[in-house]
Design a protein around this ligand. Structure first.
Ligand SMILES: CCC/C=C/C(=O)SCCNC(=O)CCNC(=O)[C@H](O)C(C)(C)COP(=O)([O-])OP(=O)([O-])OC[C@H]1O[C@@H](n2cnc3c(N)ncnc32)[C@H](O)[C@@H]1OP(=O)([O-])[O-]
Length: 725
């Protein structure tokens, strides 16, 4: 393959008169422009050759295609590649050349047909797949729309309602379901895929099988009035669920045009909209997230050394509380045998009970069978001592945040666990060097910081010290992948990456409220910005105990930039500790529904008088934009410190940490990406101004000051970072 080109297709014509065109672009046979242009030339050749009666398209190495080459969108966005004429691929190539050809095409689908991959197959006259194939149109997840005819062909093949479900949720279906929906014509074992597809193609030529152009089908479409109602409902839902995104509604416009004015008009609308969405900011953010998420497992100096992950056959967890039981659940769900250790029978029983409850909730929701529940639970064993730790490959300590307790545990682990065993701690704030102080095992000590509930939350912060070996990181990255977490490797410091970014966010909110801003307006502005909830609702959810414990760590370690508010401690004194006590910043009813509490004023006023703060008329009537700036620019400031200190290797890792750890909206691309979309100069100038008026909490760090003064991007690599990694 030419090193400048990305992928190709090859065509082989058999003695049966079938031309087999294979898509080749590892690892997922994505449809790069090179692949698509090659496909076009192969088609032109196949159509002109007298020895070709029919065509089969397939993908190399057991994968049909993972869709359009996503990096192509980036090239168009950056202007490094010119977009082809609007509709060139979907109309000129796929519809007019392939679907309208005088020779039939059959798609032979193994592995996956996603996005443009499925769309290409739908332009064929039949689709044969293997049982494991995944079929879907996940484009909306990337901020684009199915732009190779998917908005027109999918509803015509599977019906409008199912097509909307598949497009709006981005969820793929398996081959069997695809078959029953009419998307797939036959499901056959892998070994028979090509022969069946070839025969099917010849059967079409000889009219033993129907010659169907999906785009011309109408039998699955509802009557116009009904279709309009269905689309109206879909629009309403989309507006509610994705209020800050335009592309899902634009996609529905293309669908509707096709139903109302016919498939040609629909294809034209789809092409027009498909080209417009590429330049939306939300699309840029989502595409950045796609690559950044996959980039977190590429750690310079670690994953580029050819190390092979060791097999982790058994894991022990110390502590069966909320975190320990959640981690145990995540592990057994991915088939790791787990030992859960507690200090006494009562705690052990409670820990195992929590794991059981986590799984039972899946059984209740229908996502786990009773047999699978039994089998999964059988992977969990309880223990009250370390005897059973003699053959474990990894231990994860998840006890309370108490340094001397953790030190004792790690000293014991060194005695009982085998030499190769990874010794991990789930601490969220404590320095790992301190935890391992009483051992000689510093090279195998690592942080495995899960987020609560650990079996649900997708992020795993892997914390390494200066001594942690690269092999241990590679092993933990592999475990992370197996338990379906997005890992981010960070350096060792108080709060690591996520909690360090979280802290100024909550602090800024407290600062504003003490100066007269309305907490409920802050929560509402932050939710509208796209966070799952505002800072006050979040404090209620995690509970004031946790909030105070974390704050204490920060006040001790970063006193110069902490804002000490008494609002939470005052409420806690009154036994209001958040949602668990049904009272916090909000009041909660039986159904956990939150409502504002007029009594809150009392605590705010008292805290204000204790800190000596005054109501500031400017801060009382902040606009939503100003609220977002005053709560998130301090987060950007802290993210810059984390980056400059080398706690994170890449700015994109902080984007992923913010999205998966804090709930930062993915369509804004993550904290650093968002900051760069606003501009470092502006952020710096705002923080600088606030620090002069309101104090050091807002003071821009040296890194931000330097980049801000030049207007340089914050995410550009740090050249001489004092790397802690
Ligand atoms: C134009 C309008 C119409 C069409 C639109 C579309 O089709 S939009 C597209 C619609 N399609 C989608 O949205 C599907 C997006 N892809 C996926 O969901 C998953 O990658 C997967 C399920 C295909 C494989 O999961 P898995 O866990 O086995 O593997 P993994 O996820 O780690 O990926 C391995 C490597 O492949 C890379 N790569 C993958 N896909 C693409 C791509 N399309 N392009 C480029 N690259 C792609 C990925 O970056 C990674 O590279 P790295 O880091 O090794 O250098």
């Amino acid at each position: 393959m030419d090193s400048r080109t990305k992928g190709k297709t090859v065509m082989e014509v058999g003695s049966d008169g079938v031309a087999v065109i294979t898509l080749i672009n590892p690892p997922v046979n994505s449809l790069s422009f090179d692949v698509l242009y090659n496909l076009k030339s192969n088609y032109e050749e196949a159509l002109s050759r007298n020895d070709v009666k029919a065509i089969v398209i397939t993908g190399a190495k057991g994968k049909f295609s993972g869709g359009f080459d996503i990096s192509g969108f980036g090239e168009i966005q950056k202007g490094t590649r010119k977009e082809p004429k609007v509709g060139y691929i979907s109309i000129d190539i796929l519809t007019d050349l392939l679907e309208a050809a005088r020779k039939p095409s059959v798609a032979a689908i193994d592995g996956l047909a996603l996005g443009g991959g499925l769309e290409l197959s739908m332009a064929c006259h039949a689709r044969i797949s293997t049982p494991g194939a995944q079929l879907g149109l996940p484009e909306l997840q990337l901020g684009v729309i199915p732009g190779f005819g998917g908005t027109q062909r999918l509803p015509r093949l599977v019906g409008l309602t199912k097509a909307l479900e598949m497009i709006l949720t981005s969820k793929p279906v398996r081959a069997e379901e695809g078959h029953s929906l009419g998307l797939i014509d036959a499901v056959v074992p892998s070994a028979e895929l090509l022969t069946t597809a070839r025969r099917w193609a010849l059967d079409i030529v000889e009219r033993r099988k129907p010659w169907i152009s999906s785009v011309l089908k109408t039998d699955k479409l509802p009557p116009l009035g009904e279709a309009r109602e269905i689309l109206k409902f879909a629009r309403g839902q989309t507006r509610k669920q994705a209020p800050n995104m335009k592309h899902p509604l634009m996609c529905l416009d293309a669908l509707e045009t096709g139903i109302v004015s016919g498939p040609r008009a629909g294809l034209e609308k789809e092409a027009e909209v498909g080209s417009q969405v590429i330049s939306l900011d939300t699309t840029k953010g989502l595409i950045h997230v796609f690559f950044s998420q996959r980039g977190t497992v590429k750690v310079p100096g670690v994953t580029d050394r050819g190390l092979i992950p060791r097999k982790i056959k058994k894991v022990a967890i110390i502590g069966g509380g909320l975190m320990g039981s959640g981690i145990a659940t995540a592990l057994i769900l991915s088939n790791y045998p787990v030992i859960l250790k507690e200090v006494n029978e009562k705690f052990l029983e409670a820990g195992i009970g929590r794991v059981k409850a986590n799984l039972q909730s899946r059984v209740r929701k229908g996502s786990m069978s009773k047999e699978k529940f039994e089998k999964t639970m059988s992977l969990l064993k309880g223990s009250l001592d370390y005897e059973s730790f003699r053959d474990v490959d990894m231990v994860i300590e998840a006890v309370i945040e108490n340094i001397s307790l953790k030190q004792q545990i790690f000293a014991d682990l060194e005695k009982y666990c085998p030499q190769h065993c990874i010794l991990a701690s789930n601490t969220s704030t404590i320095d790992l060097n301190k935890i391992g102080e009483r051992t000689k095992s510093q090279d195998r000590i690592v942080g495995a910081h899960f987020f609560s509930p650990a079996h649900v939350m997708p992020l795993l912060e892997i914390v390494r010290t200066n001594h942690t070996s690269a092999q241990v990181i590679v092993d933990l990255l592999d475990v992370g992948k197996k338990i379906k977490k997005t890992p981010v490797v960070v350096g060792n410091c108080t709060g690591f990456a996520v909690n360090r970014m979280f802290f100024p966010y909550t602090q800024a909110a407290m600062f504003l409220v003490e100066r007269g801003a309305d907490p409920y307006l802050i929560d509402s502005a932050v939710s509208k910005f796209g966070m799952p909830m505002g800072p006050f609702r979040l404090c209620d959810l995690v509970g004031f105990g946790v909030a105070i414990a974390t704050a204490t760590q920060f006040i001790e370690n970063f006193p110069e930039r902490t804002y000490k508010s008494m609002i939470i401690p005052l409420m806690q004194e009154d036994k209001r500790a958040g949602e668990a006590t049904r009272k916090g910043f909000y009041l909660y009813d039986d159904k956990r529904k939150a409502k504002p509490d007029p009594e809150l004023k009392k605590y705010i006023e008292k805290a204000r008088s204790m800190s000596g703060a005054n109501v500031d008329p400017k801060l009382v009537k902040l606009s939503e934009k100003e609220i977002i700036e005053m709560t998130f620019f301090p987060v950007v400031n802290e993210a810059c410190r984390v980056f400059a200190e080398g706690i994170a290797v890449k700015a994109a890792d902080l984007d992923i940490a913010a999205i998966f750890g804090m709930g930062f909206p993915p369509y804004r691309g993550g904290i650093m990406f968002w900051a760069d979309s606003i501009g470092s100069k502006y952020i710096y100038s705002r923080l600088d101004e606030w620090s002069k008026t309101y104090g050091d909490f807002f003071k821009p760090c040296a890194f931000l000051a330097e980049r801000g003064s030049k207007g340089a991007p914050l995410s550009a690599p740090v050249e001489q970072a004092r790397s802690r990694l």
